[in-house]
Design a protein around this ligand. Structure first.
Ligand code: GLY
Ligand code: MN
Ligand code: MN
Length: 382
């Protein structure tokens, strides 16, 4: 390697050696006679910037990853009413990915039933589904090192949403996602889509009576939305599931989080005035060739509500605890799609069913299996 660099320096009459970081310094390996000038500052940002706009071959690999993940999600939906545990779901999802050539996942799958869905990066995936009504499956495989990142939240019962409350929350998240996706396109500030989703969430919770007073503006400036929608709207996706960029697409005073990764206790305990709009104006605008996720959610985390939000008198003054109790069992609902920004708008690359189509697959699957448990059907095949 030093020899290649020496040759390149000599052939190009160069002195500059760009290195990713100080720890990779080549000092001592290259002859002093070349008088190299080491730069450890410029290469990483240049690489990050070069990964933001995906070329057609990269988009093709992302499409392939999404295709396999979507098939795996669809297969889980078909079998879900006869499955017994998060582990079984995890295994079936991986089974399909591997069978179709995707040996690697872009991140550890999140198979969260019931209250576990309120833990954003739940990966234990080891609880029984008994007595639970909802499952949140956030899982995406890789294809040729490129990611997919898909979340569906669906019932564990055959005949649609298990309660009026679940249907109501799903409808709000659906609206958050549909309307924020609809506004995407070149020149759009992604953060504005995030704020729109935030407003729809708060309006919806007001309508249901979970929030009992105030205008949407008052609710947002008090920082209440973070209690129910504690993460950003999404992130770049590519070689990394949370792909790099020179400049973040989310950069707001609501919190520094770019994605649902930041759910540490420290983040939950941040003072609420940090979450207020208006945001900083320096967030990057969307451009054709960017691939981003749109992943709104509404969560009922007993832990976060009891420890952080309800003890805060200002936030608690907006919440009707009696009404809230009826929704706590939901855990969380998130819907996540992968979106390509195009010259004139966007293309939703995600092929995974959601909404009514998803409910139909679950019902049809239940009819096929005649109540025989997934595991017993597997045993019968042996
Ligand atoms: N699966 C991680 C995320 O949605 O950001
Ligand atoms: Mn994501
Ligand atoms: Mn995800």
């Amino acid at each position: 390697m030093p020899t290649d660099i020496q040759l390149w320096l000599l052939a190009n009459h160069q002195k500059k050696v760009y290195e990713l970081r100080e720890s990779q310094n080549m000092k001592g390996l290259l002859p002093v006679s070349l008088k190299p000038d080491y730069d450890t500052e410029s290469l990483l940002p240049a690489l990050d910037a070069s990964r933001v706009i995906k070329d057609p071959d990269e988009i093709d690999l992302i499409r392939r990853a999404i295709k396999v993940s979507s098939l795996a999600h669809r297969t889980v939906m078909h079998h879900i009413t006869s499955m017994r545990s998060e582990a079984e779901v995890h295994a079936l999802y991986l089974d399909i990915c591997i069978a179709y050539g995707a040996d690697w996942q872009a991140y550890p799958p999140i198979v969260a039933s019931g209250a576990n869905a309120s833990i954003l990066h739940y990966t234990d995936n080891n609880e029984s589904l008994k007595g639970k009504t909802l499952l949140c499956l956030d899982a995406g495989c890789e294809w040729g090192c490129y990611s997919s990142d898909i979340t569906r939240t669906f019932p564990l019962v055959a005949n649609g949403w298990p309660s009026k409350e679940v249907a109501e929350i799903y409808a709000i998240v659906e609206e958050m996602q549909e309307r924020s996706i609809a506004m995407l396109g070149p020149g759009v500030r992604y953060m504005d889509a995030f704020y729109l989703a935030d407003r729809i969430a708060m309006k919806g919770l007001l309508r249901l009576g979970i929030l009992r007073r105030g205008s949407v503006d008052e609710i947002l400036s008090a920082g209440v939305s973070k209690a129910f929608f504690p993460h950003g709207l999404g992130h770049h996706m590519g070689l990394d599931v949370h792909d790099v960029s020179a400049k973040p697409i989310l950069s707001s005073c609501r919190g520094e989080e770019q994605s649902m990764l930041d759910h540490s206790e420290k983040s939950l305990l941040r003072p609420t005035n940090e979450f207020m709009a208006p945001c900083r104006s320096d967030a990057a605008l969307l451009e054709p060739g960017m691939v981003i996720t749109v992943e709104p959610g509404i969560y009922f985390s007993q832990y976060a509500l009891e420890r952080v939000y309800l003890p805060n008198p200002e936030i608690a003054s907006f919440i009707d605890e009696e009404v809230l109790k009826r929704y706590l069992h939901i855990g969380g609902v998130r819907i996540e799609d992968d979106i390509l920004i195009t010259k004139h708008g966007y293309e939703n690359l995600t092929l995974t069913p959601k909404g009514k189509e998803m409910l139909d697959i679950i019902r049809d699957g239940a009819e096929c299996h005649h109540g025989i448990e997934y595991r017993f059907r597997l045993d019968a095949k042996r």
